[in-house]
Design a protein around this ligand. Structure first.
Ligand SMILES: C[S@@+](CC[C@H](N)C(=O)[O-])C[C@H]1O[C@@H](n2cnc3c(N)ncnc32)[C@H](O)[C@@H]1O
Length: 139
């Protein structure tokens, strides 16, 4: 399937963004505004992520897919907090590398996997996941 124009533009924009290290100021701002420190590019707050754990019934043994996770927010947070397994996906490799590093440094890389993939053609079979989250994904 040919990438859409929106998808190509998103990939280029976010590859550039995820390739840049965040500054202390942007991390401080992120902590203040949404409560996370992932280098987030969306507006899911920590309080909303905590609600997702409850509402999606995330727990050990469940599998979550985060489409357009960027550097791993909120998918990695949800997995760490709930004990579920997670696959985070996005278009830029830079984002997936950062997410892999984070899961490793926080000690749960055995249940956190990163896949570079388009939301238009996800490489998973039906009924692979118990829950799916996504943030501003363009198709
Ligand atoms: C607003 S950002 C949110 C990223 C992350 N969830 C967060 O909150 O920081 C949207 C993300 O969706 C990704 N995205 C947009 N369209 C996509 C598509 N068609 N397939 C996969 N990822 C896509 C972008 O690369 C970007 O990382």
């Amino acid at each position: 399937m040919v990438p859409s124009r929106d998808e190509r533009e998103a990939a280029a924009l976010f590859a550039e963004r995820y390739g840049r290290p965040g500054s202390d100021a942007t991390r401080d701002l992120e902590r203040l505004v949404i409560g996370s420190d992932f280098g987030a590019n969306g507006y899911t707050t920590m309080a909303q992520a905590d609600l997702l754990v409850e509402r999606l019934d995330l727990a050990e043994g469940k599998r979550l897919l985060d489409v357009g996770s960027g550097r791993g927010w909120p998918g990695l947070y949800l997995a760490k907090k709930s004990g579920c397994g997670v696959v985070v996906t996005d278009l830029p490799e830079e984002a997936m590398r950062t997410a892999a590093h984070r899961a490793g440094s926080e000690g749960f890389s055995d249940r956190a996997h990163m896949v570079v993939a388009s939301a238009r053609r996800l490489p998973f079979g039906t009924a692979t996941f118990n829950a799916i989250v996504h943030t501003d994904v363009l198709c």
